[in-house]
Write a protein that binds this ligand. Structure first.
Ligand SMILES: CC(C)(COP(=O)(O)OP(=O)(O)OC[C@H]1O[C@@H](n2cnc3c(N)ncnc32)[C@H](O)[C@@H]1OP(=O)(O)O)[C@@H](O)C(=O)NCCC(=O)NCCS
Length: 164
């Protein structure tokens, strides 16, 4: 299994994995994914196995208390970003339980540290807060409306990023 930067030509595979992983109401459009690549091309990765793309992780630098919204085109990165927002991690069912997600997460956290970002944040859904806890994420207090639309199990989480 290999990691590499996510490119526009991967978006068909990304859309297919997204559809396997989330309820229909949460699906983001291809245009919204493409916009993330335009605005922050160096902070999104795919994992590939022999069959092709098996998982992906979209992230971008961010700032402030409001978390980015779901299925909303990213306009621009804050010039004074100090957070690393992990927006969407998904692994195709065929690849689960082999550490694909862990590889993507560790790679992203290292990128955030190298970029000088001081904190990583995310919204855990579908019970994945236990998964994120293993990477040092703890619950984060955010305005309740920030989690609307992410399902009952949604939890905002964060962790400090520091050079190791
Ligand atoms: C969550 C997800 C990305 C994990 O992918 P994966 O490649 O199977 O994960 P890994 O193989 O790296 O698993 C690492 C560990 O996390 C655990 N884990 C995986 N998914 C989990 C979940 N949803 N909840 C709790 N623990 C989970 C695994 O059991 C494993 O634990 P172990 O090492 O003690 O056995 C994958 O299940 C997925 O795509 N789910 C649907 C989309 C989703 O929920 N994304 C996260 C949004 S915040």
């Amino acid at each position: 299994m290999q990691l590499r930067l996510l490119q526009e030509s991967d978006l068909d595979a990304v859309m297919a994995i997204q559809a396997q992983c989330y309820p229909e109401a949460w699906l983001e459009s291809r245009a919204v994914f493409a916009r993330k690549l335009t605005v922050s091309p160096e902070s999104n990765w795919v994992a590939e196995d022999r069959e092709g793309v098996v998982g992906y992780l979209f992230t971008h630098p961010w700032r402030g208390a409001r978390l980015p919204e779901l299925d909303t085109a990213l306009q621009a990165l804050p010039h004074d970003a100090d957070q690393h927002f992990l927006h969407d991690l998904a692994v195709h069912p065929r690849g689960r339980g082999r550490g694909v997600a862990a590889r993507l997460v560790l790679h992203a956290l290292a990128w955030g540290v190298a970029r000088g970002l001081r904190e990583a944040r995310l919204i855990a859904v579908l019970g994945a807060d236990r998964f994120w806890h293993d990477f040092g994420f703890t619950p984060l207090a955010v305005a309740h409306d920030q989690l609307a639309g992410y399902g009952e199990q949604a939890r905002a989480m964060g962790r400090v990023l520091a050079p190791t």
